[in-house]
Ligand binder design. Sequence first.
Ligand code: PHE
Length: 467
Amino acid sequence: MSTAREHFSSRIGFILAAAGSAVGIGNMVGFPVAATKNGGGAFLLIYALFVVFICLPIMLAEMGLGRKTQSDPHGAYTAIAGRKSPWRFAGWLAVLTPFMIGVFYMVITVWILGYLVQTLFGNLTVIADPAYFGVFINHGSVFAYLLMVAAIVYMVLVSGVRDGIERAARLMMPALFVMLLALVVFVLTLDNAMAGVQFFLIPDFSKIDGGVVSGALSQAFFSLSLGMGILITYGSYLRQKDNLVGASKMVLVTDTAVAFTAGLMVLPAIFAINPNTNPAELSESSVAMIFTFLPQIFLALSATIGYAGASVVAVIFFLLVFVAAITSLVSIIEVPTATIVRKYSISRQKALGVLALTMGVLTLIATASFGMVNFFTDFVSYGGSSHSFFDLIYDVFYDTVLPLNGLLICLFVVWHWKKTNFHAALNEGAVKYQGGFLQKYISFSLTTFIPVILAIVFINTVLGKFF
Ligand code: PHE
C-alpha cells in the first residue's frame, strides 16, 4: 500500500499517545514500591537523574530516528544503513522485542481485567484471599478475558493512528489522571496516611548500593518504554513541523509525575491499614503487589468506609491500572503492526489478524505456563533453576534485550547515522535546539558514558541471569 503515512493530528495527540505508552503497570505499583524499599527520597533523586541525563538522550535518539525515516524500527535502520546492512538485525530485534513483550504484557492485562470484573461484581472478599490468585490464573475464565482484551486492542489499532491510537489516548489519559487524583485525595485523608508518605519521600542514603542504582536505571528505562522500538514507531507519526524535543520532555515529565503521584496513592493506603508495615517486607514484584497484597488492603478499608465504599475504591484502582495497561499494550503491538503493513504491503486489518494468531498462540502458551501444562511450566533451565515459558520471555526480553536495544540505538545514531544528521533531524520544528546546551549534552553523553553504562547493565544481566 503506498498511501501516505498517517500522522498524529497534533503535538498534544502525540504527547498523550507516547505518555499512554510510558504510563503503565510499572508506574502504578512498581515505582512506588521500589522507591519505598530502596531509600525513599534517595531513590527518587537517583531515578530523576537517570531520567534526565540518560533516558532523555535515548528517547530523542529513538524519536528522531523514527521521524526522520518515517518508519518502524526495521524500516528505520534499513532506510539509513541499507537493506543488506547488518544493522537490519538490530531493526528486527527491535520488532521482535515488542512482539514478545506484548505477549507478557497481555497476560498481566488479562489478569487485571479479571480482577476488575470481580470487584465490579462485588467480589472483593474473593480476590482479597491471597490463595485466589493461583486459582484464578489457572481458571478457564482467563481465556474469556483474553478475548476481551484482544478485542479492545484490535479495535483501537485497526482504526489507525489518528482515529485509533490518538483517539484512545485522548479519551483514556485524562480519565486516568482524574482517577489517579481522586484516589490520591481519598487515600491522603485516611489516618496514618502520612507514615506512607514519609517512607516514600524521606531520603535514606544508607540504602543505596550498586543494586539499587542499577535497579533505578532499569525501572526508568522500562517506565519510559525505551528500547522497545515504540518511540521510533510513534516518532514516525510525528509531523516534521512539530517540536520533537519539547514533546519528549513532556512525555518524560508526564510519566515521572504519574509514577510519583502513584506513590502518594499506594503507600499511604498500605500504611493507613497497617502503620507498622515494614517496607523491606513489601514484595519487589508488581504482580504480587497488585494481585495479592493490595486486594487485602482494599478489603481492610471496609472497616472505615464500608464494604461498598471499599469496593468502589478497588474498582477505580483496577480500572486505572487497566487503562494504563491498555494504552501501553496498544503501543507495544503497534510496532509489529506497522512493520508488517509496510514490509508486506497489506492492510492493518490483515496485519492485526496475523498478529492475533501468532501472538494469540504464544499468549495461550504463556497463560498455560503457570501450572496448566507442565511442559510450559518447566520449560527451560538456566541460572541453576527451571523456568516457565512466561519467565523466559520476561528474563530474556524485559531484563536483557531492552538495554541491548538501547545500546544499539546509541551506537547506530552516533557511528552510522552521524551526529550532524541526528541533530538536524531533531532541530526540525524545535526552537533553540541547534547549538544550545541540550544539543551539546546529548552529543557528549551518547558518545561517551551512556553506551558504556548500557553495555555494563546488559553484560551484568546476562551474567547474573543465565550463568
Ligand atoms: N512503560 C510501561 C510501564 O511503565 C510499560 C511498557 C513497557 C509499555 C514497554 C510499553 C512498552 O508499565
